[in-house]
Design a protein around this ligand. Structure first.
Ligand code: GRF
Length: 218
């Protein structure tokens, strides 16, 4: 019986009909995108990248996505009359591609109401510090200059604030005596690459439940 079921399941997996669909938003380098892409390529991965959207023409991450043969869109905010129109366009694109989850991966814009409304608790971000410490830009430098002994990174859902949404996963990274901003950032980045994919897998396993602002992992 098990063998027969396996026989039926196999073609579905081949055509990816049972995989969750993630969109990536990026503005730059795209190393988190690449890590997520690699994770989506593992046998048995429960999600795929349906589309990569960039707001910057020259983003290296966008170029990489094209090389991987993924659907991509360059959407330039300046071509729209307002943030509302820009985001409505993004929402339409995401709906056309049947996207379940949006992953911000170095997307250098504050997400506005249109996207938040359409994808409530379905937009994630990665931040290179242990939130709520050191939100905003240059988080690694902020932490290093402050003199913390432990920093790290955080995957969180997006809300209307800057890096204030419910925390999904965090992992600490020790600050070493001979670190500088760059060496610390590199070690944090390696951890980002692991926990972002992990959070996406948990989302598509339906194991993330929101209780007030606490994310419970079942
Ligand atoms: C990462 O440090 C991430 O934590 C922050 O932006 C940076 C993006 O890097 N949100 P990359 O484009 O993924 O390489």
């Amino acid at each position: 019986m098990g063998a027969i079921l396996w026989g039926f399941e196999s073609p579905l997996r081949h055509f990816n009909m049972n995989k969750g669909k993630a969109a990536i938003f990026l503005s730059g380098r795209g190393s988190n995108f690449e890590a997520i892409y690699q994770s989506s390529q593992h046998p048995g991965a429960n999600f795929e990248i349906a589309v990569v959207i960039s707001d910057k023409k020259d983003a290296p991450g966008l170029k990489k996505a094209k090389e991987y043969g993924l659907p991509t869109h360059l959407v330039l905010p300046k071509l729209f009359n307002s943030k509302e129109e820009y985001e409505k366009h993004l929402v339409n694109l995401l709906r056309e591609m049947d996207v379940d989850l949006v992953c911000l991966a170095g997307y250098m814009r504050i997400v506005g109401e249109e996207l938040l409304k359409a994808f409530e608790n379905r937009i994630m971000n990665i931040h290179p510090a242990l939130l709520p410490s050191f939100p905003g830009l240059h988080a690694q430098k902020q932490a290093f200059d402050y003199g913390v002994k432990i920093s790290g990174c955080t995957v969180h859902f997006i809300d209307s604030g800057v890096d204030t949404g419910p925390i999904i996963l965090q992992q600490p990274v020790e600050v070493l005596e001979d670190d500088n901003e760059e060496t610390l950032s590199n070690r944090i980045l390696a951890v980002e690459h692991k926990i972002y994919s992990q959070a996406i897998r948990l989302f598509f396993e339906n194991r993330l439940k929101l209780r007030k602002r606490r994310v419970i992992i079942s």
